[in-house]
Design a protein around this ligand. Structure first.
Ligand SMILES: O=C(CO)[C@H](O)[C@H](O)COP(=O)(O)O
Length: 224
């Protein structure tokens, strides 16, 4: 498997000083910035858009930005995020009228593409599009808010998707998002995830480096 990636969700960052907080979490050892976009329509919350992504780039953030679209419709906003500096764009297949078209749009915009599955969303949306995916993101909470508890049935879903990825032969990251903490990250990795979104577990701590180091040491324990 590829190296594990830790992607702090800036949903739990300090929005009043976002650039500094993102800088701090990257300096503390995070790999990727996870950027949650909520529209108060597909999910019951409202967050940030392409202007904020661009602002992070202008501030000097060079790390990959992983844009998780919790919006409906999907396609209209994709080019704006690509222009604003997104590296990866993922969306929920049931929020798109044309899943293949949305994936193509992301690729044509120069970004990596992925599909996101809510805890209750079936995996059949993966049929026929595996060759277009760079990332599969499994939500381990229902989307909309940080600070929720990890839903244990996600572990079985992770094992299923890990097998699908391995059997497909494609180079696809398996990302997990929701309730990821130091004390469950090893179990989640053992189930097949290789990219870990964590919001409250990191940003609620005074020292981001300590918690990221603890996560890495838990992850290292799964490799021995
Ligand atoms: O997409 C999300 C919610 O829809 C968040 O990224 C996710 O919940 C992470 O927050 P936490 O680690 O606090 O659970």
């Amino acid at each position: 498997m590829r190296p594990f990636l830790i992607a702090p969700s800036i949903l739990s960052a300090d929005f009043a000083r976002l650039g500094e907080d993102v800088d701090a979490v990257l300096k503390a050892g995070a790999d990727v910035v996870h950027f949650d976009v909520m529209d108060n329509h597909y999910v019951p919350n409202l967050t940030i858009g392409p202007m904020v992504c661009q602002a992070l780039r202008d501030y000097g953030v060079t790390a990959d930005i992983d844009v998780h679209l919790m919006v409906k419709p999907v396609d209209r906003i994709i080019p704006d995020f690509a222009k604003a500096g997104a590296t990866i764009i993922t969306f929920h297949p049931e929020a798109s009228e044309h899943v293949d078209r949305s994936l193509q749009l992301i690729k044509e915009s120069g970004c990596k593409a992925g599909l996101v599955f809510n805890p209750g969303t079936p995996l059949h949306y993966l049929d026929h599009v595996m060759d277009k995916l760079d990332v599969i993101l499994l939500m381990s909470v229902n989307p909309g808010f940080g600070g929720q508890s990890f839903i244990p049935s996600t572990l079985d879903k992770l094992r299923q998707v890990r097998k699908l990825i391995n059997d497909s032969g494609f180079d696809i990251r398996l990302e997990v998002d929701g309730g990821v903490k130091v004390d469950n990250i090893a179990e989640i990795a053992a189930a097949g995830a290789d990219m870990f979104v964590a919001g409250s577990a990191i940003f609620s701590q005074p020292d981001y480096k300590t918690v990221i180091d603890e996560m890495r040491s838990e992850l290292a324990s799964t490799e021995s």
